[in-house]
Write a protein that binds this ligand. Structure first.
Ligand code: F6R
Length: 608
């Protein structure tokens, strides 16, 4: 949730920290701060609100430092404020620390430290860590040992970076259940919560594992696990740096919406060899698809909606039972799982705490696990037995867009592979479906051409307080996702509902102030959706429908509609979601909101 960056080397540190934090702001943006080592002291500069405020604060001053740490916060313990912002410092002001995660036993530790004379000034759980290190430095022979000893007392999750005034040549980084990567370059070494933060400086990245500590000096990095030195092989990151820049678009979200044809194409290319599916690449190591008798999918938010499309498609094409569960529910119940139930985790970031915990629970129970994720090197890629990477490139806007359509693309190929090994579709049928799937990038392109009309619609509707999104079958997860997009970035109340379920309660909401957005493309249930539209219209509702091109009935009947290309209904979520993403975007813009950093949200939810 929070973003960490650190640097030690021969370059000036401040611009490295600020540029790094800019790339991490998606992880939280309610306050930020930096600590810089400067002539026998540690200088701390913090600010409430997003990074701009910190930059304004820094503008008037000059700093000359080659080592420092920075943090952008998503509040868990304590309100967003300067006092609660990181870095935190100890009583003597000689140790500074930044943290991402949650220290579950912080109350207990705080009490103990207070009894030893430590004075706390924030409401955060993090502050206990810096006091713990201060306390343990007295009892150990090295800074590293002090950090190790402190972490051994902690329950919960952490990614931390610590600096010590008395050891100005060392930065220490450690992690457990929260991501942290180490980068190395000629002019110094880096630590960050996520690769894009340091990509401008190095492509040579080592991913810290749980319970590992990295000791960074200007010219070296050493890794330790359980007090013993370990060797780590760095990976060479090959992404295009521009992928993490706005590239002329006003916002990351808009750029990412428009990147979907390419993102889907790249994702399909990764797993299609001509028209043959090949999931072995980065793939299904220990998982044998033939033996699976059921799939249980874990996911949260947008990934859950993609998983829902996956369920429908796998059931339809591979005739295999699929259950989907919200990760935070799965981990606290005890679903009946057969030996051959595959646990499939769908997660853009690969770091969502509840999804990771669900996978760990499944692994403890001896289940096979497979993950669909967008982030190479993320925790889930190291936990799950098999991994299928989406090729969306970095998604910076907090609202997931291109990762939704790429997750679904991978799920299509997985469904076809299952259909093949289970013999539920003939080779010819599979070939035909692959041909259709390959048309998706072009269909998305067509769907994107509705942007101008949607911007106009948003201008008419942005003052409405409530929206109801309706859909059936493949249109239902799309309706849920459309409602989620609208509420998260425009703060307009929006509910998604199965169109057939509407009469059982939600219909009471309908009046002229609650417009309906109906996913009404051509499908088996099309006529039913049309009847539902008639029902809401009869009650005074204003209806905006997403319809298929060449559609006559609704065009004649409705004033507000958006057309998407006609396609097999199983593939339609990838096209029908496009106007809904654009609708949410333009509604938020019409309200003058920050679409990339909606309030209270963070891109990667690493706490429960
Ligand atoms: C919504 C959104 C979130 C995420 C959810 C899961 O736009 O982005 O709902 O989908 O937090 O995150 P991942 O996919 O990283 O597990």
């Amino acid at each position: 949730m929070c973003g960490i960056v650190g640097y030690i080397g021969s370059e000036e540190c401040l611009p490295i920290l600020i540029n790094g934090l800019k790339k991490l702001e998606y992880r939280g943006y309610d306050s930020s701060g930096i600590a810089l080592a400067s002539s026998n002291d540690i200088e701390i500069i913090k600010s409430k609100g997003n990074l701009k405020n910190l930059e304004n604060e820094l503008n008037s001053k000059k700093y000359d430092s080659n080592m420092g740490i920075g943090h952008t916060r998503w509040a868990t313990h304590g309100i967003p404020s300067v006092l609660n912002a990181h870095p935190h410092v100890c009583c003597e002001n000689n140790i500074a620390l930044v943290h991402n995660g949650i220290i579950e036993n912080y109350q207990e530790l705080k009490k103990e430290l207070k009894s030893k004379g430590h004075k706390f000034c924030s409401e955060t759980d993090t502050e206990v860590l810096v006091h713990l290190v201060e306390e343990n430095i007295k009892e150990t022979t090295s800074f590293r040992e002090a950090v190790e000893k402190s972490l051994s007392k902690v329950k919960g999750s952490y990614a931390i970076t610590v600096m010590n005034k008395n050891e100005p040549e060392t930065l220490i980084a450690a992690r457990k259940d929260s991501p942290l990567v180490i980068g190395s370059a000629k002019d110094g070494n880096f630590v960050a919560s996520d690769i894009p933060a340091i990509l401008e400086k190095t492509r040579n990245i080592s991913i810290l594992d749980d319970n590992e500590i990295a000791i960074l000096k200007a010219n070296s990095v050493d890794f330790y696990s359980n007090g013993k030195k370990v060797n780590k092989k760095p990976i060479e990151v090959t992404w295009d740096l521009e992928a993490a820049e706005k590239g002329g678009y006003e916002d990351f979200m808009l750029k990412e919406i428009y990147e979907q044809p390419k993102a889907v194409k790249e994702t399909l290319r990764a797993y299609l060899n001509g028209k043959k599916i090949d999931l072995s690449f980065l793939g299904l190591k220990k998982v044998d698809l033939k033996e699976i008798d059921r799939i249980f999918v874990l996911a949260c938010g947008t990934s859950y909606h993609a998983a829902w499309v996956g369920k429908l498609i796998i059931e339809q094409w591979a005739n295999l039972p699929v259950e989907i569960d919200i990760s935070s529910e799965f981990r606290y119940r005890f679903p009946v799982l057969s030996e051959n139930t595959l646990i499939l985790a769908v997660t853009q970031s690969g770091e969502t705490a509840d999804t990771l915990a669900g996978v760990k629970e499944a692994l403890n129970r001896g289940q096979k696990t497979l993950a669909i994720t967008n982030v190479l090197g993320s925790t889930i890629t190291r936990e799950a037995n098999g991994v299928l990477l989406t090729q969306a490139g970095p998604e910076i806007g907090v609202a997931a867009t291109k990762t939704f359509t790429t997750q679904i693309s991978v799920l299509y190929l997985l469904a076809l592979e299952l259909a093949k090994v289970r013999g539920t579709l003939s080779d010819a049928e599979i070939q035909k479906k692959i041909e259709d799937i390959l048309t998706l990038p072009a269909k998305i392109e067509e769907a994107l051409s509705t942007a101008e009309a949607i911007e106009k619609l948003a201008g008419e509707y942005y003052k409405k307080p409530d929206f109801l999104f309706l859909g059936r079958g493949f249109g239902l997860p799309v309706a849920l996702e459309g409602a989620l997009k609208l509420k998260e970035i425009s703060y307009i109340h929006a509910e998604g509902c199965a169109a057939g379920e509407m009469k059982h309660g939600p219909i009471a909401l309908i009046d002229e102030n609650c417009p309906i957005v109906a996913v009404a493309n051509k499908s088996k249930t099309y006529a039913k959706v049309v009847s539902n539209i008639e029902e809401v219209k009869a009650r005074g509702a204003d209806v905006i429908a997403v319809i298929s091109e060449n559609e006559k009935l609704l065009k004649n009947y409705l004033k507000k509609y958006i057309t998407v290309p006609l396609i097999d209904e199983a593939l339609s979520p990838i096209t029908t979601i496009i106007p809904l993403q654009l609708f949410a975007y333009y509604m938020a813009k019409a309200k003058g909101l920050n679409v990339d950093q909606p309030r209270n949200l963070a891109k990667s939810v690493t706490v429960e």
